[in-house]
Design a protein around this ligand. Structure first.
Ligand code: UGA
Length: 459
Protein backbone atom coordinates (compact mmCIF):
# COMPACT_ATOMS: atom_id res chain seq x y z
CA UNK A 1 0.00 0.00 0.00
CA UNK A 2 1.24 3.51 -0.75
CA UNK A 3 1.55 5.31 2.58
CA UNK A 4 2.51 8.89 3.43
CA UNK A 5 3.63 9.61 6.99
CA UNK A 6 3.72 13.20 8.20
CA UNK A 7 6.23 13.63 11.04
CA UNK A 8 9.33 11.55 11.78
CA UNK A 9 9.46 11.69 15.58
CA UNK A 10 9.43 8.53 17.72
CA UNK A 11 6.01 7.46 16.51
CA UNK A 12 6.29 8.60 12.88
CA UNK A 13 9.73 7.20 12.20
CA UNK A 14 9.18 3.90 13.98
CA UNK A 15 5.88 3.42 12.15
CA UNK A 16 7.45 4.38 8.81
CA UNK A 17 10.32 1.93 9.18
CA UNK A 18 8.07 -0.90 10.35
CA UNK A 19 5.55 -0.36 7.54
CA UNK A 20 8.41 -0.30 5.02
CA UNK A 21 9.68 -3.57 6.51
CA UNK A 22 6.19 -5.00 5.95
CA UNK A 23 6.60 -4.14 2.24
CA UNK A 24 4.43 -1.06 2.17
CA UNK A 25 5.55 1.77 -0.08
CA UNK A 26 6.36 4.51 2.44
CA UNK A 27 7.16 8.19 2.01
CA UNK A 28 7.90 10.08 5.22
CA UNK A 29 7.55 13.86 5.38
CA UNK A 30 9.28 16.17 7.83
CA UNK A 31 9.96 19.89 7.76
CA UNK A 32 13.09 19.59 9.90
CA UNK A 33 15.96 19.74 7.44
CA UNK A 34 18.58 18.43 9.86
CA UNK A 35 16.45 15.33 10.49
CA UNK A 36 15.94 14.78 6.77
CA UNK A 37 19.68 15.12 6.12
CA UNK A 38 20.34 12.37 8.64
CA UNK A 39 17.57 10.17 7.25
CA UNK A 40 18.86 10.59 3.71
CA UNK A 41 22.21 9.29 4.95
CA UNK A 42 20.44 6.35 6.55
CA UNK A 43 20.96 7.69 10.08
CA UNK A 44 18.19 7.57 12.67
CA UNK A 45 17.80 10.98 14.35
CA UNK A 46 16.55 9.29 17.53
CA UNK A 47 18.05 6.69 19.81
CA UNK A 48 15.75 3.69 19.82
CA UNK A 49 17.11 0.15 20.19
CA UNK A 50 17.09 -1.71 16.84
CA UNK A 51 15.79 1.24 14.82
CA UNK A 52 19.10 2.13 13.18
CA UNK A 53 19.71 -1.35 11.80
CA UNK A 54 16.11 -1.74 10.60
CA UNK A 55 16.30 1.67 8.93
CA UNK A 56 19.45 0.57 7.11
CA UNK A 57 17.65 -2.55 5.95
CA UNK A 58 14.61 -0.78 4.48
CA UNK A 59 15.99 2.66 3.66
CA UNK A 60 16.36 1.90 -0.08
CA UNK A 61 12.61 1.22 -0.32
CA UNK A 62 11.58 4.46 1.44
CA UNK A 63 11.54 8.11 0.55
CA UNK A 64 12.04 11.11 2.83
CA UNK A 65 10.91 14.57 1.78
CA UNK A 66 10.05 17.96 3.25
CA UNK A 67 7.20 18.28 0.79
CA UNK A 68 3.70 16.84 1.33
CA UNK A 69 3.03 17.28 -2.39
CA UNK A 70 5.64 14.60 -3.10
CA UNK A 71 4.08 12.14 -0.69
CA UNK A 72 0.34 12.61 -0.51
CA UNK A 73 -1.30 12.67 -3.97
CA UNK A 74 -0.26 9.10 -4.83
CA UNK A 75 -0.87 7.67 -1.38
CA UNK A 76 -3.84 5.56 -0.37
CA UNK A 77 -3.33 6.18 3.32
CA UNK A 78 -1.84 9.20 5.09
CA UNK A 79 -0.72 9.02 8.72
CA UNK A 80 -0.35 12.19 10.76
CA UNK A 81 2.25 11.67 13.50
CA UNK A 82 3.27 15.20 14.42
CA UNK A 83 3.75 16.53 17.94
CA UNK A 84 0.99 17.85 20.20
CA UNK A 85 3.04 19.86 22.71
CA UNK A 86 1.41 21.16 25.89
CA UNK A 87 0.09 24.71 25.99
CA UNK A 88 0.82 26.83 29.07
CA UNK A 89 -2.39 25.59 30.73
CA UNK A 90 -1.51 21.91 30.10
CA UNK A 91 -3.97 21.38 27.24
CA UNK A 92 -2.55 19.67 24.15
CA UNK A 93 -1.84 22.01 21.27
CA UNK A 94 -3.24 20.47 18.07
CA UNK A 95 -1.97 23.23 15.80
CA UNK A 96 0.55 20.99 14.02
CA UNK A 97 -2.05 18.27 13.46
CA UNK A 98 -4.48 20.75 11.92
CA UNK A 99 -1.73 22.32 9.83
CA UNK A 100 -0.72 18.88 8.54
CA UNK A 101 -4.34 18.09 7.67
CA UNK A 102 -4.62 21.39 5.82
CA UNK A 103 -1.46 20.76 3.82
CA UNK A 104 -2.62 17.25 3.01
CA UNK A 105 -6.03 18.49 1.79
CA UNK A 106 -4.33 21.10 -0.38
CA UNK A 107 -2.63 18.41 -2.47
CA UNK A 108 -5.24 15.63 -2.47
CA UNK A 109 -6.48 14.76 -5.94
CA UNK A 110 -10.18 15.46 -6.53
CA UNK A 111 -12.43 12.37 -6.36
CA UNK A 112 -9.59 9.99 -5.35
CA UNK A 113 -10.31 8.30 -2.02
CA UNK A 114 -7.83 8.77 0.82
CA UNK A 115 -7.80 7.50 4.38
CA UNK A 116 -6.36 10.19 6.65
CA UNK A 117 -5.27 8.71 9.95
CA UNK A 118 -4.47 10.69 13.09
CA UNK A 119 -1.83 8.84 15.09
CA UNK A 120 -0.73 11.78 17.22
CA UNK A 121 -2.13 11.83 20.75
CA UNK A 122 -4.92 14.36 20.50
CA UNK A 123 -7.76 15.71 22.66
CA UNK A 124 -11.16 14.16 22.21
CA UNK A 125 -12.92 15.69 19.21
CA UNK A 126 -9.77 16.35 17.16
CA UNK A 127 -10.70 13.85 14.43
CA UNK A 128 -13.88 15.80 13.92
CA UNK A 129 -11.85 19.02 13.72
CA UNK A 130 -9.45 17.44 11.22
CA UNK A 131 -12.39 16.38 9.03
CA UNK A 132 -13.65 19.99 9.11
CA UNK A 133 -10.21 21.38 8.20
CA UNK A 134 -10.11 19.04 5.21
CA UNK A 135 -13.64 19.95 4.10
CA UNK A 136 -12.87 23.68 4.37
CA UNK A 137 -9.80 23.30 2.14
CA UNK A 138 -11.79 21.30 -0.41
CA UNK A 139 -14.51 23.91 -0.58
CA UNK A 140 -11.89 26.70 -0.90
CA UNK A 141 -10.33 24.70 -3.74
CA UNK A 142 -13.79 24.24 -5.23
CA UNK A 143 -13.29 20.49 -5.50
CA UNK A 144 -15.19 17.43 -4.42
CA UNK A 145 -12.71 15.63 -2.19
CA UNK A 146 -13.04 12.11 -0.84
CA UNK A 147 -11.20 11.74 2.46
CA UNK A 148 -12.18 9.47 5.36
CA UNK A 149 -10.65 10.49 8.66
CA UNK A 150 -9.73 7.85 11.25
CA UNK A 151 -8.14 7.77 14.67
CA UNK A 152 -5.42 5.16 15.26
CA UNK A 153 -3.79 5.91 18.61
CA UNK A 154 -0.28 4.72 19.25
CA UNK A 155 0.80 2.71 22.30
CA UNK A 156 4.55 2.48 21.63
CA UNK A 157 6.90 2.68 24.60
CA UNK A 158 10.20 4.42 24.08
CA UNK A 159 13.05 1.93 24.27
CA UNK A 160 10.65 -0.84 23.22
CA UNK A 161 9.09 0.91 20.23
CA UNK A 162 9.89 -1.78 17.65
CA UNK A 163 8.58 -4.61 19.82
CA UNK A 164 5.41 -2.57 20.34
CA UNK A 165 5.02 -1.96 16.62
CA UNK A 166 5.61 -5.55 15.46
CA UNK A 167 3.94 -7.30 18.39
CA UNK A 168 1.26 -4.97 19.77
CA UNK A 169 -1.30 -5.97 22.42
CA UNK A 170 -4.02 -4.44 20.25
CA UNK A 171 -4.64 -2.04 17.42
CA UNK A 172 -7.35 0.55 18.01
CA UNK A 173 -9.14 2.22 15.13
CA UNK A 174 -11.81 4.90 15.54
CA UNK A 175 -13.70 5.70 12.37
CA UNK A 176 -17.20 6.13 11.02
CA UNK A 177 -16.19 5.07 7.50
CA UNK A 178 -16.12 1.36 6.63
CA UNK A 179 -13.69 2.16 3.85
CA UNK A 180 -11.21 3.68 6.31
CA UNK A 181 -11.53 0.69 8.63
CA UNK A 182 -10.96 -1.68 5.72
CA UNK A 183 -7.88 0.28 4.56
CA UNK A 184 -6.38 0.18 8.04
CA UNK A 185 -7.12 -3.53 8.32
CA UNK A 186 -5.21 -4.12 5.08
CA UNK A 187 -2.36 -1.90 6.27
CA UNK A 188 -1.97 -3.87 9.49
CA UNK A 189 -2.82 -7.31 8.06
CA UNK A 190 0.77 -8.65 8.35
CA UNK A 191 0.77 -7.65 12.01
CA UNK A 192 -2.78 -8.81 12.75
CA UNK A 193 -2.02 -12.20 11.21
CA UNK A 194 1.73 -12.21 12.02
CA UNK A 195 2.56 -13.31 8.50
CA UNK A 196 5.86 -11.42 8.24
CA UNK A 197 9.29 -12.88 8.87
CA UNK A 198 10.46 -11.41 12.15
CA UNK A 199 13.58 -9.24 11.96
CA UNK A 200 16.52 -11.31 13.27
CA UNK A 201 17.01 -8.93 16.17
CA UNK A 202 13.32 -8.94 17.13
CA UNK A 203 12.04 -12.51 17.29
CA UNK A 204 8.34 -13.01 17.93
CA UNK A 205 7.83 -13.50 21.69
CA UNK A 206 7.10 -17.15 22.46
CA UNK A 207 3.76 -16.59 24.17
CA UNK A 208 2.57 -13.92 21.74
CA UNK A 209 -1.08 -14.14 20.60
CA UNK A 210 -2.51 -12.51 17.48
CA UNK A 211 -3.54 -8.96 18.40
CA UNK A 212 -7.16 -7.88 17.99
CA UNK A 213 -8.02 -4.84 15.93
CA UNK A 214 -10.66 -3.03 17.90
CA UNK A 215 -12.87 -0.67 15.95
CA UNK A 216 -14.87 2.08 17.56
CA UNK A 217 -15.96 5.68 17.04
CA UNK A 218 -13.22 8.36 16.77
CA UNK A 219 -13.98 10.09 20.09
CA UNK A 220 -13.74 6.81 21.99
CA UNK A 221 -10.49 5.92 20.22
CA UNK A 222 -9.00 9.26 21.20
CA UNK A 223 -10.17 8.71 24.78
CA UNK A 224 -8.69 5.18 24.85
CA UNK A 225 -5.23 6.63 24.34
CA UNK A 226 -5.52 9.13 27.20
CA UNK A 227 -7.25 6.66 29.48
CA UNK A 228 -4.57 4.00 28.87
CA UNK A 229 -1.69 6.35 29.66
CA UNK A 230 -3.46 7.86 32.65
CA UNK A 231 -4.32 4.44 34.06
CA UNK A 232 -0.68 3.31 33.82
CA UNK A 233 0.47 6.59 35.36
CA UNK A 234 -1.88 6.20 38.28
CA UNK A 235 -0.94 2.55 38.76
CA UNK A 236 2.65 3.73 39.27
CA UNK A 237 1.55 6.60 41.50
CA UNK A 238 -0.55 4.22 43.56
CA UNK A 239 2.41 1.95 44.30
CA UNK A 240 4.50 5.03 45.10
CA UNK A 241 1.86 6.18 47.57
CA UNK A 242 1.90 2.73 49.17
CA UNK A 243 5.72 2.90 49.22
CA UNK A 244 5.60 6.05 51.35
CA UNK A 245 3.33 4.35 53.84
CA UNK A 246 5.56 1.25 53.83
CA UNK A 247 8.38 3.49 55.04
CA UNK A 248 6.21 4.78 57.88
CA UNK A 249 5.04 1.38 59.09
CA UNK A 250 8.05 -0.80 58.27
CA UNK A 251 6.90 -2.82 55.25
CA UNK A 252 8.71 -3.52 51.97
CA UNK A 253 6.91 -2.17 48.90
CA UNK A 254 8.67 -4.61 46.56
CA UNK A 255 7.11 -7.45 48.54
CA UNK A 256 3.75 -5.69 48.56
CA UNK A 257 3.91 -5.18 44.77
CA UNK A 258 4.80 -8.86 44.33
CA UNK A 259 1.93 -9.90 46.53
CA UNK A 260 -0.73 -7.77 44.88
CA UNK A 261 0.69 -8.33 41.39
CA UNK A 262 0.03 -12.06 41.69
CA UNK A 263 -3.67 -11.23 41.64
CA UNK A 264 -4.42 -11.54 37.92
CA UNK A 265 -6.99 -8.74 38.22
CA UNK A 266 -4.17 -6.39 39.25
CA UNK A 267 -1.19 -7.81 37.34
CA UNK A 268 2.46 -7.33 38.20
CA UNK A 269 3.47 -4.77 35.55
CA UNK A 270 3.88 -1.05 36.22
CA UNK A 271 4.09 -1.63 39.93
CA UNK A 272 7.71 -0.63 40.39
CA UNK A 273 7.88 1.96 43.11
CA UNK A 274 10.56 4.60 42.75
CA UNK A 275 11.07 8.02 41.33
CA UNK A 276 7.89 7.83 39.32
CA UNK A 277 7.15 8.73 35.75
CA UNK A 278 8.68 11.23 33.40
CA UNK A 279 9.05 11.33 29.64
CA UNK A 280 7.06 12.96 26.92
CA UNK A 281 3.82 11.08 27.54
CA UNK A 282 2.43 10.61 31.06
CA UNK A 283 3.19 14.12 32.36
CA UNK A 284 1.82 15.69 29.17
CA UNK A 285 -1.13 13.36 28.66
CA UNK A 286 -2.40 13.47 32.25
CA UNK A 287 -2.25 17.28 32.07
CA UNK A 288 -4.01 17.26 28.70
CA UNK A 289 -6.75 14.97 30.01
CA UNK A 290 -7.29 17.34 32.93
CA UNK A 291 -7.45 20.14 30.36
CA UNK A 292 -10.15 18.27 28.41
CA UNK A 293 -12.07 17.69 31.66
CA UNK A 294 -11.75 21.33 32.74
CA UNK A 295 -13.32 22.45 29.48
CA UNK A 296 -16.36 20.37 30.40
CA UNK A 297 -16.32 21.61 34.01
CA UNK A 298 -15.61 18.04 35.13
CA UNK A 299 -13.28 17.21 38.05
CA UNK A 300 -10.83 14.31 37.93
CA UNK A 301 -9.42 14.03 41.46
CA UNK A 302 -7.76 10.64 40.86
CA UNK A 303 -5.77 11.95 37.91
CA UNK A 304 -4.88 15.11 39.86
CA UNK A 305 -3.66 13.01 42.76
CA UNK A 306 -1.60 10.77 40.50
CA UNK A 307 0.30 13.82 39.33
CA UNK A 308 0.79 15.23 42.82
CA UNK A 309 2.17 11.93 44.10
CA UNK A 310 4.40 11.55 41.07
CA UNK A 311 6.14 14.88 41.46
CA UNK A 312 6.33 14.45 45.25
CA UNK A 313 8.59 11.42 44.68
CA UNK A 314 11.31 13.75 43.42
CA UNK A 315 11.07 15.93 46.53
CA UNK A 316 11.19 12.85 48.72
CA UNK A 317 14.64 12.01 47.34
CA UNK A 318 15.90 15.43 48.39
CA UNK A 319 14.28 14.92 51.81
CA UNK A 320 16.01 11.55 52.16
CA UNK A 321 19.35 13.18 51.34
CA UNK A 322 18.73 15.96 53.83
CA UNK A 323 17.77 13.34 56.37
CA UNK A 324 21.18 11.64 56.19
CA UNK A 325 23.45 14.54 55.27
CA UNK A 326 21.68 17.23 57.38
CA UNK A 327 22.62 20.02 54.96
CA UNK A 328 23.22 19.69 51.24
CA UNK A 329 25.36 22.84 51.05
CA UNK A 330 28.92 21.95 50.15
CA UNK A 331 28.12 18.24 49.76
CA UNK A 332 29.01 16.26 46.63
CA UNK A 333 26.22 14.14 45.22
CA UNK A 334 26.64 11.63 42.37
CA UNK A 335 23.61 11.09 40.13
CA UNK A 336 23.39 7.74 38.36
CA UNK A 337 21.12 8.16 35.35
CA UNK A 338 19.69 11.17 33.56
CA UNK A 339 17.30 9.69 30.97
CA UNK A 340 13.65 9.45 32.09
CA UNK A 341 13.97 5.67 31.80
CA UNK A 342 16.59 3.19 30.54
CA UNK A 343 17.31 2.53 26.85
CA UNK A 344 16.57 6.05 25.70
CA UNK A 345 18.45 9.33 25.60
CA UNK A 346 15.19 11.20 26.19
CA UNK A 347 15.38 13.50 29.19
CA UNK A 348 12.02 15.21 28.78
CA UNK A 349 10.34 15.61 32.20
CA UNK A 350 13.02 13.32 33.63
CA UNK A 351 13.14 13.18 37.45
CA UNK A 352 16.93 13.71 37.22
CA UNK A 353 16.45 17.29 36.02
CA UNK A 354 14.31 18.39 38.97
CA UNK A 355 16.58 16.61 41.43
CA UNK A 356 19.73 18.18 40.00
CA UNK A 357 18.18 21.65 39.93
CA UNK A 358 17.16 21.37 43.56
CA UNK A 359 20.53 20.00 44.70
CA UNK A 360 22.38 22.80 42.93
CA UNK A 361 19.94 25.37 44.33
CA UNK A 362 20.74 24.10 47.83
CA UNK A 363 24.47 24.54 47.24
CA UNK A 364 25.51 20.95 46.53
CA UNK A 365 28.09 19.95 43.95
CA UNK A 366 26.49 17.52 41.53
CA UNK A 367 28.24 14.96 39.38
CA UNK A 368 25.99 13.24 36.88
CA UNK A 369 26.41 10.11 34.77
CA UNK A 370 24.35 8.50 32.03
CA UNK A 371 25.41 6.09 29.29
CA UNK A 372 23.79 8.11 26.48
CA UNK A 373 21.74 11.06 27.73
CA UNK A 374 24.50 13.42 28.94
CA UNK A 375 24.38 15.70 25.92
CA UNK A 376 20.61 16.11 26.09
CA UNK A 377 20.76 16.75 29.84
CA UNK A 378 23.57 19.25 29.42
CA UNK A 379 21.45 21.19 26.95
CA UNK A 380 18.38 21.05 29.18
CA UNK A 381 20.24 22.13 32.30
CA UNK A 382 22.38 24.85 30.81
CA UNK A 383 19.36 27.09 30.58
CA UNK A 384 18.11 29.54 33.13
CA UNK A 385 17.46 26.82 35.68
CA UNK A 386 21.06 26.83 36.89
CA UNK A 387 23.09 29.83 37.89
CA UNK A 388 26.33 30.56 36.06
CA UNK A 389 28.58 29.52 38.94
CA UNK A 390 26.67 26.34 39.75
CA UNK A 391 28.58 23.19 40.48
CA UNK A 392 27.26 20.67 37.99
CA UNK A 393 29.63 18.29 36.27
CA UNK A 394 28.87 15.51 33.82
CA UNK A 395 31.11 12.48 33.72
CA UNK A 396 31.29 9.24 31.80
CA UNK A 397 33.37 7.65 34.53
CA UNK A 398 31.44 6.17 37.45
CA UNK A 399 34.60 5.95 39.58
CA UNK A 400 35.08 9.71 39.21
CA UNK A 401 31.42 10.16 40.13
CA UNK A 402 31.88 8.24 43.37
CA UNK A 403 35.34 9.49 44.38
CA UNK A 404 35.09 11.44 47.63
CA UNK A 405 31.32 11.90 47.15
CA UNK A 406 28.95 12.26 50.07
CA UNK A 407 26.13 10.27 48.48
CA UNK A 408 25.06 8.51 45.30
CA UNK A 409 21.50 8.66 43.99
CA UNK A 410 20.36 6.08 41.46
CA UNK A 411 17.76 7.85 39.30
CA UNK A 412 17.51 5.68 36.15
CA UNK A 413 17.74 1.90 36.33
CA UNK A 414 20.15 1.35 33.41
CA UNK A 415 21.35 -2.24 33.12
CA UNK A 416 24.93 -1.22 33.71
CA UNK A 417 24.05 0.13 37.16
CA UNK A 418 22.67 -3.27 38.14
CA UNK A 419 26.17 -4.66 37.68
CA UNK A 420 28.18 -2.03 39.56
CA UNK A 421 30.82 -3.22 41.98
CA UNK A 422 29.23 -1.67 45.03
CA UNK A 423 32.03 -2.55 47.42
CA UNK A 424 34.63 -0.75 45.30
CA UNK A 425 32.40 2.30 44.90
CA UNK A 426 31.59 2.51 48.60
CA UNK A 427 35.31 2.47 49.45
CA UNK A 428 36.01 5.51 47.26
CA UNK A 429 33.32 7.70 48.79
CA UNK A 430 33.63 10.16 51.63
CA UNK A 431 30.43 8.81 53.14
CA UNK A 432 29.06 5.69 51.45
CA UNK A 433 25.39 6.64 51.20
CA UNK A 434 23.30 5.14 48.42
CA UNK A 435 19.79 6.40 47.69
CA UNK A 436 18.31 3.81 45.37
CA UNK A 437 15.56 5.73 43.56
CA UNK A 438 14.45 2.66 41.60
CA UNK A 439 14.92 -0.14 44.15
CA UNK A 440 17.51 -1.79 41.92
CA UNK A 441 19.77 -3.22 44.62
CA UNK A 442 19.12 -5.70 47.34
CA UNK A 443 19.32 -3.73 50.61
CA UNK A 444 21.25 -6.62 52.21
CA UNK A 445 23.87 -6.70 49.44
CA UNK A 446 24.26 -2.93 49.39
CA UNK A 447 24.70 -2.92 53.17
CA UNK A 448 27.17 -5.83 53.00
CA UNK A 449 29.13 -3.82 50.41
CA UNK A 450 29.52 -1.04 52.98
CA UNK A 451 26.71 1.29 51.97
CA UNK A 452 24.21 3.11 54.10
CA UNK A 453 21.37 2.03 51.81
CA UNK A 454 18.07 3.89 51.42
CA UNK A 455 15.55 2.61 48.92
CA UNK A 456 11.96 3.64 48.20
CA UNK A 457 9.45 2.03 50.52
CA UNK A 458 11.86 -0.62 51.80
CA UNK A 459 12.92 -1.72 55.23
C1 UGA B 1 4.10 5.45 27.54
C2 UGA B 1 3.16 4.24 27.39
O1 UGA B 1 3.70 3.13 28.11
C3 UGA B 1 2.98 3.86 25.91
O2 UGA B 1 2.02 2.82 25.80
C4 UGA B 1 2.50 5.10 25.14
O3 UGA B 1 2.37 4.83 23.74
C5 UGA B 1 3.51 6.21 25.31
O4 UGA B 1 3.61 6.53 26.72
C6 UGA B 1 3.04 7.41 24.53
O5 UGA B 1 1.97 7.96 24.86
O6 UGA B 1 3.65 7.77 23.52
P1 UGA B 1 6.75 5.79 27.61
O7 UGA B 1 6.46 7.19 28.07
O8 UGA B 1 7.73 5.57 26.53
O9 UGA B 1 5.39 5.06 27.12
O10 UGA B 1 7.30 5.03 28.88
P2 UGA B 1 6.85 3.90 29.92
O11 UGA B 1 7.66 2.70 29.70
O12 UGA B 1 5.40 3.73 29.96
O13 UGA B 1 7.37 4.55 31.27
C7 UGA B 1 6.95 5.85 31.68
C8 UGA B 1 7.58 6.23 32.99
O14 UGA B 1 7.05 5.44 34.05
C9 UGA B 1 9.09 6.09 33.05
O15 UGA B 1 9.61 7.26 33.65
C10 UGA B 1 9.30 4.89 33.96
O16 UGA B 1 10.51 4.99 34.68
C11 UGA B 1 8.11 4.99 34.88
N1 UGA B 1 7.70 3.70 35.47
C12 UGA B 1 7.25 2.69 34.69
C13 UGA B 1 7.74 3.54 36.85
O17 UGA B 1 8.15 4.45 37.60
N2 UGA B 1 7.34 2.34 37.39
C14 UGA B 1 6.88 1.32 36.64
O18 UGA B 1 6.50 0.27 37.19
C15 UGA B 1 6.84 1.49 35.23
Amino acid sequence: MKVAIIGTGYVGLTTAVVLAYLNHDVTAVDKDKSKLDLLHEGQSPIHEPGLQSLLEEVQHTMRFTPNVAEAVPDAELILIAVGTPPKKNGEADTRHVEQAAKEVAEVCLPEKHYTLVVKSTVPIGTNQKVAEVVENVFSARGIQGNVSVASNPEFLQEGLALQGAFYPDRIVVGAHSEEAIDTLRRLYQPILEQTFDSPSTLPRPAAYHLPPMMTTDPNSAEMIKYAANTFLALKISFINEIAGLCEEVGADVTEVARGIGLDSRIGNRFLQAGLGWGGSCYPKDTAALLGVAAQSGYEMPITEAARTINFRQRERIIEKLRGVLKTLKGKTIGILGLAFKPNTDDIREAPSLDIIRELVAEGATVRAHDPIAIENARRALNGKALSANSELHFTEDIDKLAYDADALVLVTEWDLYHKLELRRLAKQMKTPILIDGRNVYSPQEAKAAGFHYIGIGRI
